[in-house]
Write a protein that binds this ligand. Structure first.
Ligand SMILES: C[S@@+](CC[C@H](N)C(=O)[O-])C[C@H]1O[C@@H](n2cnc3c(N)ncnc32)[C@H](O)[C@@H]1O
Length: 350
């Protein structure tokens, strides 16, 4: 957790400008760089019961004093608590960084530490100069199977946060039998819809590099998994509907931020053609201007910069996306902003 300043520190550093506010960022960065190796080592999974540093160091075969410093820093930043010489997870850590809950964000933090931020560092100067990276992050990740697995496992972890909102928001037509998850990667959303709607089969269309992560999703044998298949391909090039009579639902989740407006318009026109009459398109993304409170407002700017650096792309206002949907021929076009901060643009093929 980033250190949370107390009232006096907030006043001095953030209001009166008497102390160096940027040092808070340095502490946050330090905290992130301590948490990621702790995840990698398995510290949080091990500390579901209290343990001493020596006991853990023995298990991990690492230096006891260094591990002790790491654990003490994690206490200071709110990830662990200490009772005598034993350390244990705080409730926040158990809830968000261990398998105790299915919203374990640890793989998402690992993906940033091991893939996304190294890519930032690698490409920042070039993107500032040329406006785009030398290669997009998906292609770069696919060059190394471990890197690809880390990135796609991160996407899956992040998706656990929006899965319930997706189920509650996307109006699946009654009697729907086919769903297409465009760029659906790990397949978590497709499996969730198949689990919720017993008559629904789903196809996840993504690059081959995403398939191992899709297989991992199926391995946990969630309800509906046997009705979800992976189709390796390129959604910009390949036919979306392989002559199978069209889809009732098409999901484009975290897809449009990767492309320029003309590409997105063309893609949505092809999605329209691949849907049956009455079929639903659902676009989930981070939209420019969304976020009325500091955390989501900052998060949108953070991912917008990330999309520049990793994809040579950017976020769009939700209204621009609904305009594309209308121009593609969709009706009932609307934006649904969920309380959680997740936003959808929806449309229906007449
Ligand atoms: C940010 S991830 C989103 C994954 C999932 N839809 C979600 O929201 O969690 C974008 C996905 O699109 C895939 N992708 C990007 N460009 C693609 C293309 N041209 N054809 C197929 N898949 C593509 C990536 O491999 C990746 O799995």
């Amino acid at each position: 957790m980033p250190v949370v300043p107390n009232a006096v520190e907030r006043l001095a550093m953030l209001r009166l400008n008497r102390g160096p506010g940027p040092l808070l960022d340095l502490l946050g960065a330090g905290s992130f760089h301590a948490v990621a190796p702790a995840i990698d080592l398995g510290v949080f999974e091990a500390l579901d019961t209290p343990r001493t540093a020596a006991d853990l160091a023995d298990d991990f075969d690492v230096d006891t004093d260094t591990l002790g410093s790491l654990l003490a820093f994690l206490v200071a930043t709110g990830y662990l608590e200490r009772d005598g010489d034993r350390y244990a997870n705080t409730a926040m850590t158990t809830r968000w960084l261990t398998d105790a809950h299915d919203t374990n964000m640890a793989p998402w933090l690992t993906a940033w530490q091991e893939v996304v931020l190294p890519f930032w560092e690698r490409e920042f100067e070039r993107v500032l100069r040329d406006g785009e990276p030398s290669v997009d992050i998906y292609t770069w990740a696919a060059e190394d199977s471990e890197r690809a697995a880390t990135l796609h496992a991160g996407f899956r972890a992040a998706a656990t946060l929006a899965r319930e909102d997706a189920l509650a928001t996307v109006p699946v037509p009654s009697g729907a039998t086919r769903l297409l998850d465009v760029g659906g990667g790990h397949g978590l959303y497709a499996v969730a819809f198949a689990g919720e709607y017993p008559g629904l089969s789903a196809v996840v269309l993504d690059h081959p590099a995403a398939e191992p992560s899709f297989r991992d999703t199926l391995e946990s044998a969630p309800e509906g998994a046997d009705r979800v298949t992976f189709r390796a391909g390129d959604y910009l090039e390949d036919d979306l509907d392989e002559g199978d009579g069209g889809y009732d639902v098409a999901l484009l989740f975290n897809v449009v931020h990767a492309h320029d407006a003309a590409t997105n318009r063309a893609l949505l026109e092809r999605v329209y053609d691949a849907l049956r009459p009455g079929g639903i398109v659902a676009v989930l993304d981070q939209f420019t201007g969304d976020g009325r409170t500091p955390i989501p407002r900052t998060a949108v700017r953070f991912v917008d910069l990330t999309y520049r650096l990793t994809l040579g792309a950017h976020t769009y206002p939700a209204e621009e996306v609904t305009g594309w949907l209308e121009d593609a021929g969709f009706s009932d076009v609307r934006v649904k902003r969920r309380f959680s901060g997740v936003t959808f643009s929806l449309g229906r093929r007449p």
